[in-house]
Every structure is written in C-alpha cells, then in structure tokens.
Design a protein around this ligand. Structure first.
Ligand SMILES: NC(=O)c1ccc[n+]([C@@H]2O[C@H](COP(=O)([O-])OP(=O)(O)OC[C@H]3O[C@@H](n4cnc5c(N)ncnc54)[C@H](OP(=O)(O)O)[C@@H]3O)[C@@H](O)[C@H]2O)c1
Length: 288
C-alpha cells in the first residue's frame, strides 16, 4: 500500500487519499442521507482528511452547506477528533457565481462563520481559496496569521497559487499546504515548479480535481491508455489517475471528489495500485 501523507513539517499523518467534499453541495447535489453516506464510506474506509470551503453550496443563500454537512457527519463518529478538516475562505457565491474576495474583513467573517458551521472552536487547516488581484497577498495572509494567533485556525494553506505567491506568503507566516488543480491532463504545477518547491520546503501539495475535475472527469476516464492500464492492473481508470499522482511525489496528496459512495469507495482503493515506472512514463508521454 502507498505510504501515508504528512501535513507540512508536522507529524500529522493522512491516509494517502483525502475526500474533496465539494460535489456534495454544488447544484444537483445528492440529498443529505446520500451525502452523509459518502462521508461515512470515506471514514470507514480509513480516510481522515476532508476538504471543504464555505462556498461549497449552490449560491449565496446556502453558504456553509458543505461544512454543516461535515459537522453533522463528524458528530456521529467516536473518532471525530482523528478526522481532519481543511476549509477555505476568499470567495463569494452571489447568485451562484464564483467571485473573489480575499479582503481581511471578508476572510475574518468567513472564518468565523466556518467555525460555527463546522461546530468547532478551531479550524484544522484554513486555506486561502485563491489570491485576490485587488488585495495584496500579504494583507490576506496577514489576516490568516492573526486568526491563527487567536487560535481560530491551527494551520494555514494556500490554493491556486504559483511559486511567487508561496514565497510571498512564507515571508509572513508558515505555510503547511498548497492546493492546486493537478491531474494527468493538467500538469501546470509540475511545469511551473510549484510541486518541486513544495517538496523542497516541506509543504504538502494537495491535488484538487485529481481525476479531471467536477465537469470533465467522465471524458478523462474514457482515455484509451487509461483504459488499457486499468485492465492490466484490474483497477478503474480513476484509480490509475490517482495512483499516478501518489507515485509522482510523496508531497502530493490527492483529494478526489465524490457524490456517490461507489466513487469514493473506488478512489480509496487507488492506494493498492502499484504502477510500474514504465507505465508511469508511458502515461506521461502519451497523455498531455
Ligand atoms: N481549491 C480550489 O479552487 C478547488 C477547485 C476545485 C475542487 N477543489 C477541491 O478538490 C476536490 C476534488 O475536485 P473535483 O471534485 O472538482 O474533481 P475530481 O475529484 O477530479 O472529480 C470529481 C468527480 O469525479 C467522480 N469520481 C471521482 N472518483 C471516482 C471514482 N473512483 N470512480 C468514479 N467516479 C469518480 C465523482 O463523481 P460522482 O459525483 O458521480 O461521485 C466526482 O464528483 C473538490 O471536491 C474540492 O474539495 C478545490
């Protein structure tokens, strides 16, 4: 089995595959019973990190939907303290659109609402959802750092960033994770040095959209080579995509989304797929 992932330079260990909880709350999301079943399936399968955000909801009338769902699920678990939740602030959802607001005031307000929705005194990992072109990054990070000093946030992470952003944030405070879109078909974070930077600086690289993303995953899974390797390893094409990320670097932590229990059940099993070096190379050479 693939080895666990670690958060930054801490000794906190994650099961190698996390759960991206976003599909449980976007337009067309499953009902509450099914959503709780997805969360339970993940935790019962050994998973211990759930990624969320205040804006995982349909629109601004139900901000916090995803966090409230996670809080409900955690309430049922005897081992709730061993399940880690990462949330985010820095976006808004006016009428269902996605807009950026990483102003210090909005980050503080969002964090305080997330604490309520998660029914918690402190958020384990709080990630800046994306840098705001209208606000100096250091101002946004400065506010997260204050929230951390106040104990409202335990660890700070970034999302949708390049190396320059990470360096700028590191000049203010310690950064434990970077969450960018990363999958076999979207390798920008390899090409622009973000993953190498994370490896060199003990920062966990959280791969969001690891199987192609919310809207494109079914086309991705249809790829000929993926299908061929899936057959060879008696795995699913999704497992091959996740296993590729797991073998690329010990710093990479994939968080596949799921709205069906069958999806997360399958994704968790990617930890048992032992891709050969030749097949890793073949995937990289033939898919881009
Ligand atoms: N930081 C950011 O800006 C950002 C942006 C996007 C996403 N994210 C985070 O990253 C997470 C993952 O990204 P994502 O959900 O957009 O895309 P994804 O993980 O690439 O794809 C998710 C979809 O793929 C399907 N799927 C996943 N594993 C499967 C499997 N083993 N077998 C069959 N189907 C499978 C699921 O379908 P079903 O719904 O049918 O189960 C799921 O809804 C999100 O949930 C969110 O937490 C962060």
């Amino acid at each position: 089995m693939v080895r666990n992932r670690t958060l930054g330079n801490t000794s906190i260990n994650f099961f190698p595959v996390g759960l991206g909880a976003m599909p449980l709350s976007l337009e067309g999301h499953p009902n509450e019973a099914q959503a709780l079943e997805v969360l339970n399936t993940f935790v019962n399968g050994g998973g211990n990190f759930i990624d969320t955000a205040n804006v995982y909801c349909v629109d601004d009338s139900d901000v916090g939907h995803n966090e409230q769902l996670i809080a409900k699920a955690l309430k049922q678990y005897k081992n709730a303290n061993d399940i880690f939740v990462g949330s985010k602030g820095g976006l808004r959802r006016p009428k269902g659109k996605w807009t950026v607001d990483a102003s210090p005031a909005w980050l503080r307000q969002s964090c305080e609402k997330s604490l309520q929705d998660l029914n918690s005194d402190s958020i384990f990992l709080y990630q800046l959802h994306t840098p705001d072109p209208d606000i100096p990054l250091t101002d946004s990070i400065g506010e997260l750092s204050k929230l951390q000093e106040e104990g409202k946030v335990q660890h700070i992470g970034l999302s949708n960033v390049n190396v320059e952003h990470i360096e700028s944030a590191l000049s203010i405070t310690q950064i434990m994770s970077v969450q960018n879109r990363c999958n076999l078909f979207e390798r920008t974070s390899f090409k622009n040095g973000v993953i190498q930077f994370c490896e060199n600086n003990n920062i966990t690289f959280i791969a969001h959209s690891p199987v192609g993303g919310h809207y494109q995953h079914s086309q991705r899974g249809d790829n000929f080579l993926l299908k061929k390797l899936a057959k060879k390893y008696a795995a699913s094409t999704y497992q091959i995509m996740i296993a590729w990320l797991l073998y690329k670097s010990r710093s990479i932590f994939p968080i596949p989304g799921a709205s069906k229990t069958s999806s997360i059940k399958d994704s968790i099993q990617a930890v048992n797929v032992k891709l050969s070096k030749e097949d890793m190379q073949s995937l990289e050479a033939n898919i881009n």
